[in-house]
Design a protein around this ligand. Structure first.
Ligand code: FMN
Length: 269
């Protein structure tokens, strides 16, 4: 409840940062969170977290940021990842946890689209064999920044019951699930398109991808990782025994998915 109300609900993208440095102490808190506390989606995938403070925007803007615009920020967070099955969802999941940690620490952040991962790696001068999997701009919000929170789909629009397209009143499910579903509806997505849905059943939920021509494959997979983190973190905050997400197919029931949508993953309740 508190994690949803105080952290997830308060996370809004920032595109106007104050000219204030992010201290090493704060960066260390983020590193400690990444190393000690955070969960991931796929344990076997090796990742690296790196911060770039103050100097990379001029080079990075050539390969990162949608509509040809890379947000200027005091710092950038990059997750480098080994390339393996589900590595982009995994990186999105990890980075979303870190952006929510940033919210907790009073920082603001904005996801950035990667237009060319190799060029971004070269721009960062990164000494690693891993790929740039995601980039997030962060720092302190400029008090003069009057950017408004964007409208998001509501929980009813985002959820079906038992099978695709079947309405279900959200209050049929228990309270702690309601907050976790709200966290799904609040999740960041490329251009706020929210091209996904949750099918809720009594013992599990399934994440379903909706068609969207404008979202690239990479951003679609990052979207999924972000949503999965939002759901899991809120469930975990009320019930730490919550099972983790699984990419295994659903074989014990028919979700009645039309050919236009994609099954992504499931999470036990
Ligand atoms: C994968 C991904 C890529 C994004 N790329 C950009 C970007 O390049 N530039 C930008 O200004 N915002 C970008 N965003 C931020 C979204 O536009 C923003 O999260 C969305 O509008 C929701 O708003 P909120 O963050 O305030 O909840 C991206 C978000 C995601 C998840």
């Amino acid at each position: 409840m508190e994690y949803f109300e105080q952290i997830v609900k308060n996370r809004h993208s920032c595109r106007g940062f104050a000219d204030k440095k992010v201290s090493d102490k704060v960066l260390n808190e983020l590193i400690l969170y990444y190393e000690d506390e955070e969960s991931d989606l796929v344990d076997e995938i090796s990742t690296e977290l790196k911060f770039y403070v103050g100097t990379v925007w001029n080079e990075l803007r050539k390969s990162v940021g949608y509509n040809g615009f890379c947000i200027k920020a005091p710092a950038y967070m990059v997750i480098f990842s080994e390339v393996a099955d589900h590595y982009i969802e995994n990186a999105g999941y990890i980075a979303q946890g870190l952006t929510l940690k940033m919210t907790e620490l009073g920082l603001a952040a904005c996801w950035l689209t990667i237009n060319d991962a190799e060029a971004a790696k070269a721009a960062l001068g990164a000494d690693t064999d891993k790929e740039v999997a995601c980039v997030v701009a962060f720092g302190y919000r400029d008090p003069a920044n009057k950017e408004k929170a964007v409208d998001k789909k509501n929980v009813d629009e985002m959820t079906d019951g038992f099978r695709y397209g079947q309405d279900i009143p959200v209050d049929l499910f228990y309270r702690e699930l309601e907050d976790a579903l709200r966290a799904v509806a609040r999740a960041q997505s490329f251009q706020n398109k929210q091209p996904y849905k949750i099918i809720v059943d009594y013992d599990q939920i399934s994440l379903i991808g909706l068609p969207d021509d404008e979202t690239s494959d990479r951003d679609r997979l990052l979207n999924y990782g972000i949503v999965m983190f939002n759901f899991y973190s809120v469930m975990w905050s009320v019930r730490p025994t919550t099972p983790r997400w699984s990419f295994d197919p659903v074989t014990d029931r028919d979700l009645k998915l039309p050919a236009s949508v994609t099954y992504v993953a499931k999470c036990g309740l």
